[in-house]
Ligand binder design. Structure first.
Ligand code: ADP
Length: 489
């Protein structure tokens, strides 16, 4: 039994107009702790009515409140206080994230929550360097382009990196002077609610940050995408959901930014430094139980080193410490839900039928009622099989041999996705050649998950629309206005 089972059930409300509020009709749903399978909290079940209230509060804050009228420096000072409060409360936030997601506490503390704080350090500082534009075709004329906030922005986030991805949107949205309504994933509402209270404490005015919990299709999520007063939707989640949101937002013609699914290729050439490639490839496939859109979820290995790499990968994967998500030594925790675990298991069955499972792939009953699966490695699966084409989002990894660059580029580019890819080689010319040929929004050369918040983050093909990060996010959360001046002598 983990500590989570002893904890008392918590209440997670919506957050509207600076206050924690129950849903209008008083309905609730439960959030389950994946590490135990037990109820963690009772959540206010938001619907279109609650979205209407939240959008009204955001609109009021935008039209009549101080936030958009403040200097950017004043907004930045408040958002930097948010960062400081996140750091001060990092242990509590990390514990809440782990209880709600099942991810290892060390990953929550040093990954997710550390990045939440850095989102609120980076954007307020970076935004100060934004410049307006101006053209002077003759001494009597000046044409300028100035940025304005959009107004009320809708943010819809997934369950795999709940607070990290929510704040990746909230920070740029707010520094540009907007107000927002966030709809967190129904599986993981906990940390956004804790965060809203910290944002208020830091001085974010009431109504600038609103949260409505609830579901997607037919629920609060869809209502947000259809609301006429919402100017934009920034969404991270599945590709199919992106399509549905695009369709439902079309009626009110919203600005859209989507980061969608992935099936990352991780390519190891025969001249790679295996001391670095192997441990990183294990992290790339199994971090957060493989529930990462940027995961290296297909491992391609050049034929001459294939047997050696397969053996070494299996050994490393067998040694991964799967266990209580709250134990700091745990390297792999629980999957998000029973339903999701069952979906991953159907792929494992498929992998066993069409190929060979070299290790893992079974539920770990000794860990109690949580949703634990032993990390698995497969071989003998064709690159164009269902297993190697679809996003599984679990601790499963197919290893596929390849002959040469041409063959691996064809296989790597064969899925509908194009979010991220990694390649390992000590030949710089090969790295450049292959990186340019991969149809992918992000390519990591001799690394994985290396991030600079200024770079464009997002996918090609069915992995996304637009980019987030740095100036790309600031562009998304603002609109241009051209103002032209004529002077007389
Ligand atoms: P994931 O499986 O990674 O959670 P989803 O795309 O199912 O990905 O969900 C991501 C987010 O999108 C969640 O907050 C979910 O409630 C929301 N969502 C799902 N369907 C819709 C929809 N039709 N309209 C708006 N939001 C949706």
């Amino acid at each position: 039994m983990t500590t989570a089972t002893k904890a008392k059930t918590i209440e997670i409300d919506n957050f509207i107009g600076g206050k924690a509020v129950k849903s209008k009709d008083g309905k609730t749903f439960q959030t389950i702790s994946p590490g135990t399978g037990e109820v963690l909290g009772t959540v206010s079940y938001g619907t279109a009515d609650d979205i209407n209230l939240a959008v009204d509060a955001a609109k009021e804050a935008f039209e009549n409140g101080p936030w958009p009228k403040m200097s950017m420096q004043d907004r930045a000072n408040i958002l930097l206080k948010v960062a400081a409060l996140v750091e001060k409360n990092a242990d509590e936030l990390a514990r809440a994230e782990t209880l709600d997601t099942g991810k290892p506490i060390t990953e929550s503390r040093t990954g997710d929550i550390a990045r939440v704080a850095s989102n609120f350090q980076f954007y307020p500082n970076f935004a100060q360097s934004l410049a307006d534009e101006s053209w002077t075709p003759n001494p009597q004329e000046r044409h300028t382009a100035i940025r304005e906030p959009l107004g009320v922005c809708g943010l819809i986030t997934p369950w795999n990196l709940p607070l990290y991805l929510a704040t990746w949107k909230i920070a740029p949205c707010l520094i540009m002077g907007n107000a927002c309504v966030l709809k967190p994933a129904e599986w993981t509402p906990y940390t956004a609610f804790l965060f809203a209270k910290l944002a208020k404490e830091a001085g974010v005015p009431d109504g600038v940050l609103n949260i409505v919990n609830g579901f997607g299709a037919g629920g609060a999520g869809e209502a947000l995408t259809k609301h006429p007063d919402v100017k934009s939707i920034s969404f991270t989640g599945e590709t199919g959901t992106g399509r549905a949101i695009m369709a439902s937002a079309a009626g009110t013609l919203k600005k859209l930014s989507f980061e969608l699914g992935g099936k990352g290729a991780n390519i190891i050439f025969e001249d790679a430094n295996l001391d670095e490639a192997l441990p990183t490839s294990v992290r790339a496939a199994y971090r957060n139980q493989g529930q990462v859109c940027l995961a290296g979820s297909r491992l391609f290995v050049q034929e001459s080193i294939y047997p050696k790499v397969v053996k070494a990968m299996v050994e490393r994967v067998k040694n991964l410490k799967v266990g209580d998500p709250l134990d700091p030594k745990t390297e792999m925790g629980a999957l998000i839900s029973k339903e999701h675990m069952e979906k991953v298991q159907t792929y494992i069955e498929l992998g066993r039928k069409d190929g060979k499972c070299l290790t893992g792939g079974d539920p770990i009953k000794e860990l109690g009622g949580g949703f634990f699966l032993s990390p698995s490695v497969f071989e003998g699966l064709a690159y164009d099989s269902k297993f190697c084409q679809e996003e599984i989002f679990g601790p499963v990894l197919p290893i596929i041999p390849f002959k040469d660059e041409e063959e691996v580029i064809k296989m790597a580019n064969s899925t509908p996705y194009g979010l991220s890819a990694s390649l390992w080689s000590q030949d710089v010319n090969r790295c450049n050649r292959v990186a340019r040929k991969l149809k992918s929004g992000m390519v990591w050369v001799n690394c994985w998950f290396a991030r600079d918040l200024r770079t464009p983050f997002g996918g090609q093909k069915s992995s996304g629309l637009g980019r987030e990060g740095g100036r790309y996010s600031l562009e998304f959360f603002s609109d241009w206005k051209a103002v032209s001046y004529k002077y007389s002598d």
